[in-house]
Design a binder for this molecule. Structure first.
Ligand code: AMP
Ligand code: ZN
Length: 489
């Protein structure tokens, strides 16, 4: 394949030809979930978008190192180093250790990712597993003179940094404009500049998750974890860094500043940001309370839903919009996607019924080249899907004998169609026996994890109901010390 891949780079606000730093290799870092609660569908949209990108890069033959972190410490409620620690707050609420919260929601996140058929990342590093790397980086930033310590908290000095580097470059904003958007410092503030942010935060007596450091006991700020883990696993400068658009103005802007101050190099060649999943036009978010959980969508158990949708219908719904467009969540849109997905799967099954003849009236290369054109244009999955639907029509015409195809062309068509649908788009035919079994097993695991959660919060009526309802379908559940076992009787 000699066509070139173009990626929209948020940093330059242009589509640029993708030229990896090391030929044949791609290093990609995606900001992962903050595991103090279940991921909602908005989060899933971002991870599914990067799964498509990962799959396509693999398809093109690159050796990809895909790093997606788990944020399991250092995330305060406010973006500006204020508020409670999200993990400690949830631990108190659920009467668990903070690391039990981390474990529980990490496992739940992996379940959801598996159900959506996303490929696991090559490395899934955690913030708590990389405290020494973060401390090391903070020390280096201090040595370079871009940070200062006050009472055991270390702040990044944005004003000083801005004298040498364009701090607001990722959102194309000047320092004055950024300053305008922040509140004046009050008497209780320790930091010197309004835009300064914490690299290390001193522990209070009640802080549960804390580590020793040269500045006393404390915990890392949120932004430093990604700079430290990105550098460790992908180098001072790597190819692609991604996340949702909401991370651009603060988290990623601060990541660039930290890495640049430390390494004197831009950390990332191509910045990629996914647009938001919205509900009635408003961004889906944990704090706004409009976050649909994946299992609410699968079961249809939500006041705004007419019915449940299968994981692949939801994945398909997400892929039908470009990752840089907003996607609004509605029953009508989901129903349309469900139908489209079923037509695509039906076409795949019909492919097996087509009989070859001695001449082809369809040109299979048209499918291949149009798909590459779409995907090479900044991973344009909606256009790729439209091309597939043109071919669904061709497949139906071939099955009805209105068009004809030779055996080699038919073999090529089957292989190409399936590579696109299953390997690149990552869809699964849920009606095939193997995938039905896998889906059932994943859904039972998910329900039983919900039962464990209900038990942990002493909601025994819910936990008993889940067990009894499953028993009605012949699923026998056995409680074990470390979780559960089940079998279908
Ligand atoms: P969080 O767990 O809140 O740190 O978010 C994990 C990822 O989901 C980040 O890359 C966010 O930018 C992304 N995200 C959060 N809300 C949405 C949304 N409504 N639509 C798409 N992505 C989102
Ligand atoms: Zn991050």
């Amino acid at each position: 394949m000699d066509s070139k891949l173009f990626i929209y780079n948020t940093l330059t606000r242009k589509k640029e030809e993708f030229i990896p730093i090391n030929p044949g290799h791609v290093g990609i870092y995606v900001c992962g979930p903050t595991v103090y609660s279940d991921v909602h569908l908005g989060n899933c949209r971002t991870f599914i978008s990067f799964d498509l990108i990962y799959r396509y890069l693999l398809h093109l033959g690159f050796k990809v190192r895909y790093v997606r972190n788990i944020t399991d410490a250092g995330h305060l409620e406010g973006d500006r180093d204020e508020g409670d620690d999200k993990f400690a707050k949830k631990a108190k609420l659920e009467q668990l250790e903070p690391m039990e919260i981390v474990q529980k929601y990490t496992l739940a996140f992996r379940d959801v990712m598996r159900i959506f058929n996303t490929l696991p990342p090559s490395i899934e590093p955690t913030a708590t597993g990389h405290i020494s790397e973060q401390i090391e980086m903070i020390k280096q930033i201090l040595e370079q003179g871009y940070a200062y310590e006050i009472n055991g908290t270390v702040y990044f000095d944005v004003e000083k940094y801005s004298k040498e580097y364009p701090y607001g470059q990722l959102t194309n904003r000047k320092l004055e404009d950024l300053l305008e958007g922040t509140r004046e410092l009050g008497g209780q503030d320790e930091k010197r500049g309004r835009l300064d942010f914490a690299l290390w935060i001193t522990a209070k007596p009640e802080t549960l998750m804390k580590w020793p450091s040269p500045w006393g006991w404390g915990f890392p700020g949120w932004h430093i974890e990604c700079s430290a883990m990105g550098r460790k696993y992908l180098g001072d400068t790597f190819d692609i860094h991604g996340g949702g658009m909401d991370l651009q103005a603060t988290h990623h802007t601060n990541e660039i500043a930290q890495s640049q101050a430390c390494n004197h190099k831009a950390p990332v060649k191509y910045w990629m940001h996914t647009n938001m999943l919205t509900v009635n036009g408003a961004r889906m978010s944990k704090s706004a309370g409009n976050g649909f959980l994946p299992n609410e969508l699968f079961t249809g158990n939500h006041p705004l839903l007419d019915k449940g949708y299968s994981p692949m219908a939801v994945r398909f719904f997400m892929l039908q919009s470009h990752y840089r467009s907003t996607l609004d969540f509605s029953n009508e849109a989901l129903q349309a996607s469900e139908k489209g997905f079923q037509r695509l799967m039906a076409a795949n099954r019909i492919l097996n019924k087509i009989k070859a003849s001695d001449k082809s009236t369809v040109v299979v290369n048209d499918l291949t080249s149009r798909i590459y054109d779409a995907m090479n244009d900044d991973f344009n999955s909606p256009v790729a899907i439209a091309v597939l639907f043109d071919w669904v029509r061709n497949i139906n015409s071939l099955a009805e004998g209105k068009e004809s195809i030779t055996q080699p062309d038919l073999d090529l068509l089957k292989q190409t169609f399936r590579t696109i649908v299953f390997d690149i788009l990552g869809l699964v035919d849920e009606q095939s026996e193997g995938s039905k079994q896998e889906l059932t097993s994943n859904l039972i695991d998910m329900l039983l994890n919900m039962r464990l959660e209900a038990k942990a919060r002493k909601d025994f009526s819910t936990s008993d109901k889940i067990r009894d309802d499953l028993a009605k379908f012949g699923v026998v559940v056995r409680d074990r010390k470390d979780g559960f076992d089940w079998e279908i009787s």
